[in-house]
Structure formats: structure tokens, C-alpha cells
Design a protein around this ligand. Structure first.
Ligand SMILES: [Zn+2]
Length: 141
């Protein structure tokens, strides 16, 4: 089995709606995303995927959607009201969930799957240098 792994970083804000603790206040992280794609076979170029293409297709999506954005829970009306009052804003909404590392990892996994199909094996989102959440689907691992 071959596995290709790339990482992307993005700076984003969030808060955990309904959480009691310091993460209930708006704050930011330099998130690191790790994307892994696995295959038993490589193509005629010798690749599982072309790193350059992966950076273009996935890295660009991350940059355009999440970098310097505020990741918000769509149920967090107070936060959305505050964000909507700003002239300049970039907001990415997770309709019914808090933007935790777990939720972000699953979202990115599904995005990469929409591009690369079953080649995607797992996605990790590092929220701090020592903490990450990982998403994979057992049947595809
Ligand atoms: Zn946080």
C-alpha cells in the first residue's frame, strides 16, 4: 500500500457555541491540515496522486474557503449577527455543528473524496502543535 501525505496550513477563527470554557469566546488558530491518499497501485508516472495537482485542487480550496476566515456554527446566531455587521469578513458556515477539529477534518475528508474518490484515506486537523483530530472511514482505510 502506498500513501501520499500533504499538509496545508490556514489561519482561521472560530468559537465553540454552547461550550463552557475558554473556547466559547472567539479566537483563532493556525490550523494544519494533513491529507493522506492511499492506493495499492501507482499510475504510469509512478504516483498515487500528483502532489502539484493535489496542492492546486485541495490547497487552493482550503486557501479560498478557510484561510483568514471565521468558521462558524450556523446555529450560533449571536456570532453570525456580529460577523454580518462587519464590512469586511470571510465566513465559512458549518450548518448544524461547531467548527471543531473533528468537524473540520470530516468536512475536508468529504471535500477531498469529491475530488479524488476512494483514494483519500484520512485527514487530520491540527488545532495546536500537540492536538489533532483525524477522520477516516474504516471501510476505506
Ligand atoms: Zn479553538
Amino acid at each position: 500500500m502506498f500513501t501520499d501525505r500533504v499538509e496545508f496550513t490556514f489561519d482561521a477563527g472560530h468559537r465553540l457555541y454552547g461550550y463552557k470554557g475558554k473556547c466559547e469566546t472567539p479566537h483563532g488558530h493556525t490550523f494544519k491540515a494533513e491529507v493522506m491518499l492511499s492506493s495499492e497501485k501507482i499510475d504510469q508516472m509512478g504516483f498515487v496522486v500528483d502532489f502539484l495537482e493535489l496542492g492546486h485542487k485541495v490547497g487552493k480550496w482550503v486557501e479560498e474557503n478557510w484561510d483568514h476566515a471565521f468558521l462558524a456554527n450556523g446555529q450560533d446566531k449571536e456570532m453570525l449577527r456580529a460577523l454580518n455587521s462587519l464590512t469586511d469578513r470571510r465566513v465559512f458556515i458549518f450548518p448544524d455543528e461547531n467548527p471543531t477539529a473533528e468537524v473540520i477534518a470530516r468536512y475536508l475528508y468529504n471535500h477531498v473524496r469529491s475530488v479524488y474518490g476512494p483514494l483519500v484515506s484520512r485527514v487530520r486537523i491540527w488545532e495546536t502543535p500537540t492536538e489533532y483530530a483525524e477522520y477516516s472511514e474504516a471501510s476505506r482505510a
